[in-house]
Structure formats: C-alpha cells, structure tokens
Design a protein around this ligand. Sequence first.
Ligand SMILES: C[S@@+](CC[C@H](N)C(=O)[O-])C[C@H]1O[C@@H](n2cnc3c(N)ncnc32)[C@H](O)[C@@H]1O
Length: 300
Amino acid sequence: MQTFARRISRVKPRLATSISRSNHSHGPQQSSTDGQPRTASFGFKTVPEDQKEYLVKNVFDSVASKYDLMNDATSFGVHRLWKDAFVSQLRPGRNGPMKCIDVAGGTGDIALRILDYARENYYDRETSVDVVDINAQMLKEGFKRFKQTMYHNTPQISFNESNAQELGTEKFEDNTYDLYTIAFGIRNCTSIPDVLKEAHRVLKPGGTFACLEFSRVNNPLLNTLYDQYSFTVIPLLGTILAGDRDSYQYLVESIRKFPPQPEFARMIRDAGFATGKDVDGGAWTDQWGGIACIHTGVKI
Ligand SMILES: C[S@@+](CC[C@H](N)C(=O)[O-])C[C@H]1O[C@@H](n2cnc3c(N)ncnc32)[C@H](O)[C@@H]1O
C-alpha cells in the first residue's frame, strides 16, 4: 500500500524548521528600494517578509489536528454555512465536469463540498479538485478525511504541498483550471498580489477565481459585538480546547489586517480578472454583514 507521504505530491522542498533555515530556504532577504528589509504583517506584529511564511506554518502545524473542531467551536458551525454559500454560488458542474484547484485547501472542506455539489446536483463524477496547501499537517488531516469518502483513490481528488504564491509551473501548468478557489487562506499569505498572479496563470481564459475570506463589517453595532467576541472568546477557546492561545490570537488579528472589500476587489482586477461593480452583490457578496465575504473574478 502506498504511504501517505507518497500520495501527497510535494512541489517544493519541505519547509524549513527554524527561522534561520526558513530564511535560507526562501532565498536572500529582499530589500525595498530604500534599502530597508521588507516587512509583512503577522497579525498585528510587523515581521521581516521572509519570516512570515515560517510563522504562519507554525500556526497551522499547531492547530492542524484540532482545526475542524475549532472551526466549529469558534464560529458555532457558521463557517459551514459560509462554505455552503460559497460553493452554491459557484455551482460547480453546471456546465459539465470542471477541473478545479482549491488553494490553501487545508483539510479539504471546500474540495469536499465542490465534489458533493457536482455529484448531488448534476450526477457529475468527473469534476476534480487538486487541493494545494503549504502545510503538510493540514493536508494530512484532509487526506485522512477523504479516506472515508467515495472520492478516495479516484482521479477526482489530489493533495499537493505547495505555496500559493509560487505553485510551480511544472506541476501546475498555465491555463489549466476552470475554477480556482481559496477559502480563509489568502490572508495568511505573504503577498496577496503574488497569489492572485498565480491564480490568473493557472486558470483557463474565462475561468473563475473565487475567494472566501473574513472581511469588513460595515454595521458599527455588529462590528463592536464581533470585535468583542473575536478578541475575547476566540483566543479563550483556543486556550481551552486547543491549548494554544497565540495561534488563535494571530488568526483574529490577521482578519483585521486583510484589505476591505473594495480594496481587495481592486487587487483582483489588477491581477487581470474582470469583476462586477464595487458593491455588495457585484464584485463581492457579503456573508453575515461582511464578517465573511465571497469575491469572484473571471480571467480575461
Ligand atoms: C484557515 S486555513 C483554511 C483551510 C481551508 N481552506 C478551509 O476553509 O477550511 C488556512 C490554510 O492556508 C494555508 N496556507 C497559509 N499560507 C499558505 C501559502 N502561502 N500557500 C498555501 N497555503 C497556505 C495554511 O496552511 C492553512 O491550511
């Protein structure tokens, strides 16, 4: 029998296990034009750009085994509704089998929904999803989970360890996919423009980019309640259920650093996608007043 390790295709070498090795493995530290090292936000902290990936990896290494449980606990299961809405909006399989890539796919929540949606609505057993994630622990959880499904050991699903910012042109060729999804993943990446550029590269012309991400709440009352809940309850649940306050503190902070809806829509257009108008129901669709948000774009 093939081992799990053999079945997860690794596009890039395994990530370094310390900050210094991480620096080494991601090349020399880049400098901005004024000679200062480039920085990135890691939650509310500012860190050297080339260390963010390592720090984010640590977060997901730490939460991987409890990730699905914690998602349910921290959102009271509401993440499931958002993910259902996301996939229903995309209607995978509506025009025949689709080749999909789910980036930052983690434990395969979106991939499973895509395959189920196509099968249940269109009797489609040919739509396929390549799940990509930078974190082998998260993929391992996804692989275990898919073992319990009818998709296991079929061409409909694959798990691949790679960086969203640089998927790798050999394994992920240009103009390949009909649908690119990324859910609750892009805010963890160091360079959003690089992720969007790769998404544009691997999609076929006319293919759809779709992102589900936490976003900005415009209603001040809801925003206050949401802030209170996020900064008190979520890190507390992280401590109690996963023994890890810091990771959940980061996850909450990273949400607040993500660009608001119109700014992210502009970034999607800058990467070469056509979007709707900059309104809710156009370029994006807010979920629960903007706590989460679905952005879509079509490759032109
Ligand atoms: C919050 S989880 C979301 C997982 C899944 N999409 C879901 O909705 O349940 C974020 C995922 O992004 C992955 N990730 C972070 N940075 C990444 C990168 N640069 N490239 C690929 N995946 C990345 C993490 O390893 C983690 O699995």
